[in-house]
Design a binder for this molecule. Structure first.
Ligand code: AMP
Length: 280
């Protein structure tokens, strides 16, 4: 059956309430649309662990900086509906920007400290936009579980912290990064890549794997690991960051003694791609 497409908050609430009355558990999968197989995996996971799946498709203006790609971000609702249908989502919520952020909205959610580094440092205000919109979708849908991708590692950490700090009654479920066969993490932004950038892009994941191999082989010196990462990525494009940070605090570490993540952001031309891997 086709997932219903709704654009009004009142209609999502009504559909979710009906599902709840029927005894169905609800999962929410927040996305910005331009769905690919990574998103499909999130929907599949949501369907596995709950009865009624709401996919939100919303290019959230508040998480883009003034010089970022908000205007050119791909909007492919018809194709998104097809993928949602294939994965048996029950409802697609694709609101207009004013439905979610009417001009008289003043409240935002800021998860301090965890946005000091990585994407938080290069994209000021980005995670305020993400946390605010995710909390709004959770409040609108009121799911038991919300599903996210490990590809956006800092985002997952920030959302988990928000849920804990604000006592939000939802479970956070995380799906491993889905990759192309050559290792490139799937991303809605991959479609911006020129053919030569696309050929170069898998080296990002290869660099992360190399660093993980070195960590597994006993290298604990973060400076050395980071400089390998930097050097490999510099061959691919302009490195925004290539850091190894504590898995929990997302703060830089000196020695690899506890679980950490190697996280990178690289510009291929004007396209900024991110990826990460857990260490060791
Ligand atoms: P986006 O539409 O890019 O904002 O992503 C929506 C959700 O899909 C987020 O939870 C992302 O982490 C997740 N996601 C995006 N790409 C992937 C991927 N390649 N593998 C797994 N999850 C992904």
């Amino acid at each position: 059956m086709d997932p219903a497409l709704v654009t009004a908050i009142g209609d999502v609430r009504e559909q979710a309430a009906l599902a709840r009355q029927r005894g169905h558990s609800i999962a929410c999968v927040p996305t910005m649309g331009a769905l690919h197989e990574g998103h499909a995996m999130l929907i599949r996971r949501a369907k596995e662990i709950s009865d009624f799946v709401v996919v939100t498709v919303f290019v959230n203006p508040t998480q883009f900086g003034p010089n970022e790609d908000f205007l050119k971000y791909p909007r492919t609702l018809a194709a998104d509906l097809k993928i949602s249908q294939r994965e048996e989502a029950d409802l697609v919520f694709a609101p207009a920007a004013e439905e979610i952020f009417p001009p008289d909205s003043y409240t935002t959610v800021e998860v301090a400290k965890l946005d000091d580094h990585l994407c938080g440092a290069s994209r000021p205000g980005h995670f305020r936009g993400v946390a605010t919109v995710v909390l709004k979708f959770i409040n609108i849908v009121q799911p038991e579980v919300a599903v996210f991708g490990a590809k956006d590692g800092q985002q997952v950490r920030i959302i988990r912290q928000m849920v804990r700090d604000l006592n939000v009654p939802v479970k956070i479920d995380v799906v491993p990064t889905v990759r192309e066969t050559d290792g490139l993490a799937m991303s809605s932004r991959n479609r911006y890549l020129t053919p030569s950038e696309r050929t170069a892009a898998p080296a990002i994941f290869r660099a992360l794997l190399e660093v993980r191999d070195r960590a597994n082989a006993g290298e604990t010196d973060i400076a050395r690991l980071e400089s390998t990462l930097q050097a490999r990525l510099a061959e691919v494009g302009r490195v925004d960051y290539a850091r190894i940070v504590d898995d929990v605090t997302l703060q830089p570490v000196v020695k690899l003694e506890k679980p950490a993540i190697a996280a990178v952001a690289v510009y291929l031309g004007s396209t900024r791609l991110i990826d990460n891997i857990t260490l060791p």
